[in-house]
Design a protein around this ligand. Sequence first.
Ligand SMILES: NC(=O)c1ccc[n+]([C@@H]2O[C@H](COP(=O)([O-])OP(=O)(O)OC[C@H]3O[C@@H](n4cnc5c(N)ncnc54)[C@H](OP(=O)(O)O)[C@@H]3O)[C@@H](O)[C@H]2O)c1
Length: 251
Amino acid sequence: MDLGLAGRSAIVCASSKGLGRGCATALAEAGCRVIVNGRDAERAQATAAEIRAATGAEVGVVAGDLGDPRVRAALLAACPEPDILVNNNGGPLPAPFEAITREKLLAGLEANMLTPIALAQAVLPGMAARKFGRIVNITSASVRAPIAGLDVSSGARAGLTAFLASAARKFVRDNVTINSIQPGVFDTDRVRATMGADPAKLEQRKAGIPAGRFGAADEFGALCAFLCSAHAGYVTGQNILIDGGAFPGAF
Ligand SMILES: NC(=O)c1ccc[n+]([C@@H]2O[C@H](COP(=O)([O-])OP(=O)(O)OC[C@H]3O[C@@H](n4cnc5c(N)ncnc54)[C@H](OP(=O)(O)O)[C@@H]3O)[C@@H](O)[C@H]2O)c1
């Protein structure tokens, strides 16, 4: 399917590896000019070069911490009229409920709620004026069903989801959509870091997922690219779970 994205431009936050990289790659494959981001400048440059080589797309890099307003300004300077914003960031590390300090809570809210809101606020008026815009927030399956130890992550992402729910209805009239993708377990560095490298434990975790495996970043990216596509202008305010069937509800 032609996604109708040739010539569009995309800011993909936190995209030097993992799910963000999957999104950046899929958007580049669809013909977008993409800005890749990550704190480690060398890795971000290497990722950009690999995506360029694989897709032939124009891929720029803005290295730096998304929590720094100057980095967010640099992203917008590198892509002043973005058609697409993929809001992603590092996630808070798991912590027992009793260990959640006010500082950890504020850091999680900053990274996973306030930063994506700031970027959405910055790009929405221009998208509306240009009559095309797609914002995709990478949140988590933990917004839908609790995961022990991820309280900060879940709360911040639920806040982001609720905050943008009204804007999703306001801006759709201008062909600007706002959706979230809620990943279950994907095979990324973050998952390996949080679950540990014990193969028996990983296999046990996979066995608990109806698909019998972890998700892959490229299938995540394909879903993101579809939500950003010309065909998805009637899909807004949705929170799409991609979890290999792990969520146990019928709906
Ligand atoms: N993978 C899963 O199964 C899963 C499930 C649910 C939710 N999530 C959430 O989805 C998001 C992406 O996860 P992932 O598994 O793709 O993680 P990952 O493989 O660790 O990749 C994280 C990416 O974000 C960048 N990054 C991290 N902190 C940043 C910051 N402050 N500013 C700019 N870039 C930053 C990293 O680059 P640098 O380190 O160089 O900055 C890297 O490119 C996270 O918020 C995670 O909690 C993931």
